[in-house]
Design a protein around this ligand. Structure first.
Ligand code: FA5
Length: 350
């Protein structure tokens, strides 16, 4: 019987050395150590031996059992390590230090237009500012000459948070902070404040082809001695002709905003229908794009700037609508659709 033990030991060695996957290994384990396995069968045969032989044979079978278990375990470890190595080899190779593959993504049309406007205004000496999306009532309204219960608040159906703050309904919400940030540092040293601040705005709007509840604006302010409406018109015209690379028909009409006096609505002739009227321009042929005006003395004063000494203009460009006009996007809702098919076709060079 001891011969059978050494034969089995050799067989185990040979079989394990030929196995190259985990499922074969498991079959081998069952065939030796399982309930009906050959080593278990040897143990069952012990009952026919006398006591002395039983002792020696039992000890040898137990040694064989431990040998088989140890070899199977070692083989299991070896096969698992090999499998991990193969999986690692099969993985696509990434080099995190290599430049991004520009073919895999594209900029959103609003980002493209925003960046283009930033470049244009930077070239004219404006700084680009960032501002929060959750703001206070003071920032969004009170500092802008819109006290509580003023009817002008009805023009912007605002999302209020439980803590009294709100989702900014206009980028004008950053005006007071910008005036306070640059007032003492710049204009008091003879350098005009020239800043733009693009940002996302939120209003509880019934959406249609030209209205979204989430849209982008880009605010701009310039404050110095002797700033006039002529400066405002110059910067607006320069910006539009740079963005569209052609002459665009614009009209300026009176507009009411409590934070400017006088205030204007700057409309552009609808580029979707060529001015004949369509859903994108509410069938008027014109699209409200960039309200603007001369900053109200109360707003300058609230920003720490003496309105008797300084004047300034402000504008609130509708970036989302500008992207629609520039790229011929008929429905504003397509811009928030997340549809890569429509959004990925625009590039910087258009
Ligand atoms: C304002 O938000 C003023 N803060 C703009 C301003 C700034 C006036 C500085 C004077 C001085 P208005 O609500 O009209 O104004 O919005 C400005 C522009 O944002 C609009 O002309 C339009 O282009 C865009 N806009 C407004 N509401 C929406 C909307 N729901 N969806 C898409 N674009 C919108």
């Amino acid at each position: 019987m001891n011969n059978r033990i050494s034969e089995l030991k050799q067989e185990i060695e040979k079989r394990l050395s030929e196995i190259d996957n985990l499922s074969e290994l498991d079959s081998a384990r069952v065939s030796y150590l399982g309930k009906k396995g050959s080593i278990t069968a040897l143990l069952k045969e012990m009952k026919d031996l006398d006591n002395e032989a039983k002792k020696t044979f039992g000890a040898n079978v137990n040694k064989l059992k431990a040998f088989a278990a140890e070899r199977i375990e070692a083989k299991n470890k070896e096969l698992k390590e090999r499998q991990i190595e193969l999986e690692i080899k099969a993985m696509p190779k990434f080099d995190i230090s290599s430049p991004a593959n520009i073919d895999t993504g594209s900029y959103h049309p609003i980002t493209l237009v925003q960046r283009q406007c930033e470049t244009i205004f930077k070239s004219m000496g404006f700084t680009v500012e960032d501002y929060a999306e959750v703001v206070t009532d003071y920032e969004c309204f009170e500092s802008l000459n819109i006290p509580k219960h003023h009817p002008a608040r009805d023009m912007q159906d605002t999302y209020y948070l439980e803590n009294g703050q709100l989702l900014k309904s206009q980028t004008s919400a950053a005006q007071n902070a910008i005036l306070r940030k640059y007032g003492p540092n710049l204009i008091k040293h003879g350098v005009p404040i020239k800043a733009i601040f693009p940002g996302r705005c939120f209003r509880n709007e019934a959406t249609d082809a030209c209205h979204e509840n989430t849209f982008f604006q880009m605010e701009g302010v310039m404050v110095d001695k002797d700033i006039s409406i002529s400066n405002l018109i110059y910067f607006m015209k320069t910006m539009l002709s740079e963005v569209f690379q052609k002459d665009i028909k614009v009209r300026l009409r009176p507009g009411f905003f409590p934070f400017v006096e006088p205030g204007f609505e700057l409309d552009i002739s609808c580029l979707i229908c060529g001015g004949t009227g369509c859903p994108s321009c509410k069938h008027s042929g014109w699209l409200e794009l960039c309200p603007c005006g001369m900053i109200h003395p109360n707003v300058l004063r609230e920003g720490g700037i003496d309105p008797d000494e300084y004047t300034g203009f402000a504008f609130g460009l509708g970036l989302t609508r500008l992207a629609m006009m520039k790229y011929g996007i008929k429905d504003i809702r397509d811009l928030n659709s997340g549809s890569l098919k429509s959004l990925s076709q625009f590039t910087d060079d258009e």
